[in-house]
Design a protein around this ligand. Structure first.
Ligand code: 13P
Ligand code: SF4
Length: 332
């Protein structure tokens, strides 16, 4: 079979998948993706692998090769439940580490090791030890956007989808909440528990501004603004709804606003728009350069070579796993 025949065959095989993304991927671009989509879906079956993709992955990954999609909480829960032998985490490094913590005996792959996170970079295990010295009896609630070494120093993890519930589950008057200062601030507004924050920020969400959003409101009638709690407080003050990426997605599916502006990473709107075609999306999005390191090409390479793998020092993993499992036991 020559190259043209092979491409024609692949295009026919993956045509039903293109139906899912045709409103967000131009037809001239699709043949480039189609070959990889077909090859990845074949290789996944050969490897007994599952692909977990975060809501910020591009539509050709999110809708065409992922088996499970969601926010960080859903990905952690699904990682704990899978019986596949290999897990490919289409997302950032801390998400792959969480999957490995919950599956120490499985192969967990991150297609590009450099897919980091500015929040995870903002704090170290030594920083937590210092906080514990300053606040000796105060529990530490750690956002999952952190390294395994930081989780290992923590009492319990949380995500943006369950942060208030986790904080209140401890039954204490005061908690240390890190590393996202804006999420900490958002949680503090919804609970009587006193929150001691850290000064970490998401480099993507901190770029949105309230005047920018107010201008969109002035320019577009009947606009619903929904925002991720990693945004600065004045941005959240302009929003009609605040929630994790999964909660934002569910909001659009449920409420069907006439026009929506999702104050978050760019691919989120594309992925929701592919499914919800009766809503107009206004898109002043910001790109997460770390999420965008993951591509169909490096997912394919990871599945073929079974590299790069996530490995975690067993001493760290044991303690970090407890903090993650404690969160999963709380619900949310
Ligand atoms: P979610 O848990 O809401 O998906 O957020 C993860 C993240 O990295 C947001 O920037
Ligand atoms: Fe980290 Fe922000 Fe990127 Fe999410 S969007 S992975 S918090 S840098």
């Amino acid at each position: 079979m020559n190259l043209n025949q092979a491409l024609t065959q692949d295009l026919a095989r993956v045509a039903p998948l293109y139906e899912r993304v045709k409103t967000v991927i131009p037809d001239v671009e699709w043949p480039i993706h189609a070959r990889y989509v077909a090859a990845i879906n074949d290789l996944k079956a050969d490897r007994n692998a599952v692909i977990l993709a975060h809501n910020y992955q591009t539509p050709e990954i999110f809708h065409c090769v992922a088996d499970i999609t969601g926010d960080s909480l859903a990905l952690a829960r699904q990682a704990a439940a899978t019986d596949a032998e290999v897990i490919v985490l289409a997302g950032v490094h801390f998400m792959a580490e969480t999957a490995k913590l919950l599956n120490p005996g499985k192969v967990v792959l991150i297609p590009d090791q450099r897919a980091g996170c500015s929040l995870a970079e903002s704090i170290t295990a030594a920083d937590i030890r210092e906080l514990r010295r300053r606040y000796p009896d105060t529990p530490v609630v750690t956002y999952v956007n952190t390294s395994a070494a930081v989780k290992a120093e923590s009492d319990v993890c949380c995500t943006s989808g369950n942060a208030v519930e986790v904080v209140e589950s401890l039954g204490r008057d005061e908690v240390i909440f890190l590393p996202d200062e804006y999420l900490a601030n958002y949680v503090a507004q919804q609970t009587d528990v006193r929150i001691i924050p850290w000064q970490g920020h998401c480099e993507v969400h901190e770029r949105f501004t309230a005047p920018e959003l107010e201008q969109y409101r002035a320019d577009f009638d009947d606009l619903t603004i929904i925002a991720h709690p990693e945004c600065p407080p004045d941005v959240l003050g302009v929003a009609d709804f605040v929630g994790s990426t999964a909660q934002m997605q569910a909001y659009v599916h449920r409420e069907r606003p006439r026009r929506v502006l999702m104050v978050t990473e760019c691919s989120m709107s594309d992925n929701v728009a592919a499914d919800v075609r009766d809503v107009e999306f206004i898109r002043p999005c910001n790109l997460c350069p770390h999420m965008k390191r993951i591509t169909l090409a490096n997912i394919y390479e990871a599945l073929e070579s079974l590299e790069p793998r996530i490995e975690i020092d067993p001493g760290i993993a044991e303690k970090a796993r407890k903090a993650v499992e404690r969160m999963l036991a709380i619900g949310g």
